[in-house]
Design a protein around this ligand. Structure first.
Ligand SMILES: NC(=O)N[C@@H](CC(=O)O)C(=O)O
Ligand SMILES: [Zn+2]
Ligand SMILES: [Zn+2]
Length: 428
């Protein structure tokens, strides 16, 4: 297949040949072979598919929130070609048997995937680390959905075990001893942000990075939400990710979002949000990952102390970032780095993350000037809502995983491909 006259993120116009699962050539001009299909990509932007290193698809355990079928379709519709699933399912992914159970669910995935393993007091490190694991994580330093928070000793042991096996560790860094219990008598949604303080994040990032440094670990801070957290990770030479919601939403949005805006770590002040944005734009932040954490509308409609934490995001991340680029607030190469090239580099996926000959043909084609308003009920995720309702997004015309079209939108009609997703750690 020949994708003709595509614009790449650096502005070059190129013809791109896909042969089988791979990108065979990227050249100024390629001529189509006798039985080669040609796609005219004039005026269109061709990007490497997003690698979302942090999603919560809810199987096994909570198929009413999301399944591997619905979650992976949401990914494909949002230009995500690889997802990394987190361990706080039911049962939690903490040993060989539960890893294998999770792996069975992934056979419904239309996109490539990684499976993370977690840490609880009865986890089985030897079995778990023997499996084709993507990373150990997210390791919870404080309770979040699934109540998998662990103490300092177990954390240090877990980081040591993973590092001995050359496995990276991703960390949910909040320190519950620094939460502000005096907010507990409030019942407005903003109380959640007042409760889980910025200080709790900074302290936990520092502690985690110290353990990482002492053990020689490859440590990655999940969903950093404050400039202080990002700077702490950066100064200790650890990597970090930021979510689209901490990049684009703040405490000022609780008026619209109410309890639907509850997540961990929580939304921060507008001033901190701007500080986070600067660090994403200037490259201090390594990557964007969504922490796609779907819960049903009914669950989210509970009071602020009872609603579950988490918001969906896998389907809207790349479209939102492309809209930011279109508005001139980020450049397209930065978007490519944050969503594809850097996650591939940080998590050692040499076959992914760039539009280059020899790489997997994980590709997304967009019309950079065609924006669409995001509407929760129109999305492929099963949860049926989004915190970005009414935001503009630049959505894919099609998404390809290893040469197979897994999503296509023509005249508003969407079509999804077969469940061809593979574990990125199982391939040679
Ligand atoms: N971010 C959240 O608020 N929730 C996540 C768990 C997590 O990432 O902490 C979930 O699984 O619902
Ligand atoms: Zn988390
Ligand atoms: Zn998470």
């Amino acid at each position: 297949m020949l994708i003709a006259n595509a614009t790449l993120v650096d502005g070059r116009q190129r013809d791109v040949r896909v042969a089988g699962e791979r990108i065979a050539a990227v050249e100024r001009r390629l001529s189509a072979g006798a039985d080669e299909t040609t796609i005219d990509a004039t005026g269109k932007l061709l990007l490497p598919g997003m690698i979302d290193a942090h999603v919560h698809f809810r199987e096994p355990g909570f198929p009413e929130k999301e399944t591997w079928a619905s979650g992976s379709r949401a990914a494909a519709a949002g230009g995500v070609t690889t997802v990394v699933d987190q361990p706080n399912t039911q049962p939690p992914t903490v040993d060989g048997e539960t890893f294998d159970e999770k792996a069975t669910c992934t056979t419904d995935s239309v996109v490539d995937f990684g499976i993370n393993g977690g840490v609880t007091p009865d986890w089985q490190p030897d079995e778990l680390l023997d499996r084709p694991l993507f990373a150990l994580g997210e390791v919870f330093l404080a309770d979040s959905t699934g109540e998998m928070g662990i103490d300092a000793d177990l954390f240090a042991d877990a980081v040591t075990a993973a590092t001995e096996r050359g496995v990276p560790v991703t960390v949910h860094a909040e320190d519950a001893t620094r939460f502000d219990a005096s907010t507990r008598d409030r019942d407005d949604a903003d109380a959640w942000s007042a409760f889980r303080t910025p200080e709790a994040e900074r302290a936990a990032v520092e502690r985690a990075c110290e353990v990482g440094r002492d053990t020689g670990a490859q440590l990655h801070i999940a969903h950093a939400s404050t400039p202080e957290g990002i700077d702490a990770a950066d100064s200790m030479e650890m990597t970090c990710e930021v979510t689209p919601h901490h990049l684009l939403l703040s405490r000022e949005d609780y008026d619209d979002l109410g309890t639907h805006g509850r997540m961990n770590p929580p939304l921060r002040s507008e001033e901190r949000r701007e500080g986070v944005y600067e660090r994403v734009a200037d490259g201090t932040v390594d990557l964007i990952a969504t922490d796609h954490a779907p819960h049903t509308r009914e669950e989210k409609d509970a009071g602020i102390w009872d609603a579950p934490s988490g918001v969906p995001g896998v389907e809207t991340a790349l479209p939102l970032l492309l809209a930011e680029a279109r508005a001139g607030r980020l450049d397209y190469e930065r978007v490519r780095d944050l969503t594809a090239a850097n996650p591939a580099a940080v998590f050692d996926l040499p076959q992914k993350g760039r539009v280059e000959a020899g790489k997997d043909a994980d590709l997304v084609l967009v019309d950079p000037d065609a924006t669409r308003d995001i509407r929760g009920e129109e999305l492929a995720t099963d949860c049926g809502w989004t915190p970005f309702d009414g935001f503009e997004g630049v959505f894919p015309e099609w998404t390809m995983v290893r040469g197979e079209t897994v999503y296509e939108r023509t005249d508003g009609e969407e079509r999804f491909g077969a469940a061809i997703g593979e574990n990125v750690r199982s391939r040679e």
